[in-house]
Design a protein around this ligand. Structure first.
Ligand code: PEP
Ligand code: MG
Length: 589
């Protein structure tokens, strides 16, 4: 695949490890994925049928929104949607799109995107307020139409017959999920931090990702040969044949190491002095269950149920959808426990159309438990399914983004109402699921002792806890150097949370990404943590490390870490500690 152009190396952040070699597909539109696919002659008319079907669907959706708006906001405001529905009945717009599909023999998405650009430009040139409103309407309509097209037997990147590497400015978690399902092999992004949800998805699905690659979208064009090294955060455009050989070898070495590590699956996660550690899996999508079992997870410590909503957006999952998904999960993982977190939509995981919220600062807005409690009808569906799926199974319920005691109490009151209703209906359900809260907001960490008396377990979400405590956006590559899990403020909070759980005699686990990094385990275990929930692929490495550590020495390691004043000092201390260990290990052999 090497070509005549000179290689070009770009360095950014290594976010999801691994090496991929493929061809670039650039995502032009930051908000929606629109690709250009050439069509064979006999596919043109079926493509027009697809476009017409999608138009009908988009129109029905807009009319349904109009009906809802009329009910809730009155007919005057609902009329806004008339203009949008009209645009879709407007044969002028559609016939322009159809003509483009026929003349250029391209997919409908591309034709819609190009026509919309053209029309928006014309509206804007008119410099008239009426037309600028029209161009807002047009943007909205196009969004609906593109979404509808994606639901009507849409084209798949797998059709390209190449290993596809997505080059984009930014990707939302839902876009990442959709792309991974289309056999994309790597991502190269301009923006994004190490614990963004897109990063987590990439790691969980074993897709190399490099971010912080300023200018990459300008430098790369579709079909360029590209190498992504997700460990180093490096992207090589137009690689030479020597570079291609070098990275192919690296990829083989990574695969080999992975199969060696798989042997760890059969060994227990126990320290040298016999202390057992639970290594559980974080799961976002059901296809990850296979890896959780393959890498020997002792249960699921965090199931992010919001992805069920994101995947079905713009529709809401039904009670049956929830039930089937959860039941499958608990059945597959039995006899191990499964912790299902109620939906944590909001922040960047906002399925905006589902939740009807638009916020200036969504990370501090109506997200997590706040959104759940504010939408009782939607939450009712999920909760009923959870209690049903828990029959004869070890299913634990976890609440996200708790920041005070009242939210826990409100949840309990709501849950009691739902259970009374289920009892009345004669539904088969298990009311005795363990209840836990995420400790991911600094206020929750600081009242962990109070929360611990209200619930059965705590789960520490360091991704958000670090973001909120250190005021560092987890999605922002410009401040990722400040995102330091070993910051003394974080270590002090963790110590307090672990002590609070111990005093109350309840379980405590860590499900944030901090738990996945073997560098941090000595201090975490030394402070008393006995349960880690991590991306499945991290389990063998952690297990191998745990088997080399002795708990008797870790308490003093933790004390030493807590006495240091900066993250850099703690990091250096832990590196040295692990380095000494491996030297001692080797000389003992
Ligand atoms: C966390 O914040 O650490 C966490 C596990 O939740 P999420 O990554 O889904 O925000
Ligand atoms: Mg979180």
């Amino acid at each position: 695949m090497s070509d005549s152009q000179q290689p070009q190396v770009l360095d950014g952040l290594g976010v999801s490890p691994g090496v991929a070699i493929g061809r670039a597909v650039c995502i032009e539109n930051e908000a929606l994925e629109v690709y250009r696919f050439p069509l064979p002659a006999d596919s043109v008319e079926p493509e027009i049928d697809r476009l017409r079907e999608a138009t009908q669907r988009a129109r029905s959706e807009i009319l349904a929104t109009r009906a809802r708006a009329e009910e809730e906001l009155g007919s005057e405001l609902a009329a806004i949607f008339d203009a949008q529905a009209l645009l879709l009945s407007d044969t002028a717009l559609l016939s322009r799109v159809e003509t483009r599909v026929r003349n250029e023999r391209v997919n409908a998405e591309w034709a819609v995107h190009k026509e919309a650009d053209e029309l928006t430009r014309q509206f804007e040139e008119l410099d008239d307020e009426h037309f600028s409103t029209r161009s807002d309407d047009l943007r909205d309509v196009v969004r609906h139409l593109l979404r509808a097209l994606q639901g009507v037997a849409h084209h798949d990147l797998a059709e390209m017959g190449e290993q596809v590497i997505i080059v984009a400015h930014d990707l939302t978690p839902s876009e990442a999920v959709r792309l991974v399902r289309q056999h994309v092999v790597a991502f190269a992004l301009e923006t994004g931090g190490q614990t963004s949800h897109t990063a987590i998805i990439a790691r969980d699905l074993n897709i190399p990702l490099a971010s912080g690659l300023t200018g990459v979208t300008r430098l790369v064009t579709d079909d360029d040969p590209v190498i992504v090294d997700g460990s180093a955060g490096r992207v090589i455009l137009h690689p030479s044949s020597a570079q291609l050989d070098e990275y192919s070898l690296r990829r083989t070495a990574i695969d080999k190491r992975e199969s060696e590590m798989l042997a760890m699956q059969l060994l227990p996660a126990v320290t040298r002095d016999g202390i057992a550690i639970d290594l559980m899996a974080n799961i976002d999508l059901n296809e990850e269950i296979v890896d959780a079992k393959r890498f020997g997870a002792a249960g699921v410590g965090l199931y992010r149920s919001e992805f069920l909503y994101i995947e079905r957006s713009p529709n809401l999952p039904s009670e049956e959808d929830h039930f089937k998904t959860y039941r499958h999960l608990v059945d597959e993982m039995a006899p191990h426990p499964v912790v299902i977190r109620t939906y944590d939509l909001g922040g960047r995981k906002l399925a905006r159309d589902v939740m009807d919220t638009e916020e200036e600062n969504p990370v501090l807005g109506l997200r997590g438990i706040r959104l759940t409690l504010a939408r009782p009808q939607i939450f009712r569906t999920q909760l009923r399914a959870l209690y049903r799926a828990a029959v004869d199974r070890d299913l634990w319920i976890l609440l996200p983004m708790i920041s005070n005691l009242d939210e826990v109490r409100q949840f309990k009151a709501f849950a009691a109402k739902i259970q009374a209703e289920m009892l009345r209906d004669g539904a088969e359900f298990n009311p005795d699921c363990k209840l836990g809260v995420m400790i991911e907001v600094p206020s929750a960490a600081m009242i962990a002792d109070l929360l611990a008396t209200e619930v059965d377990f705590l789960s520490i979400g360091t991704n958000d806890l670090i973001q909120y405590s250190l005021a560092v956006d987890r999605n922002n590559e410009h401040v990722s150097y400040l995102y330091r899990p070993l910051h003394p403020a974080i270590l002090r909070m963790l110590k307090f949370v672990l002590q609070s759980a111990r005093t109350a005699g309840i379980d405590v686990s860590m499900c944030g990404e901090m738990a996945s990094d073997p560098l941090y385990s000595p201090v975490l275990l030394g402070m008393g943590l006995r349960s880690l929930s991590v991306t499945s692929r991290a389990i063998p490495e952690l297990k191998s490390q745990i088997r080399q550590l002795s708990m008797s020495e870790l308490e003093s390691v933790a004390d030493e870490c807590l006495s240091l004043s900066t993250a850099a000092q703690v990091e250096a201390y832990l590196e040295e500690f692990l380095e000494d260990k491996s030297v001692t290990e080797q000389s003992a052999r």
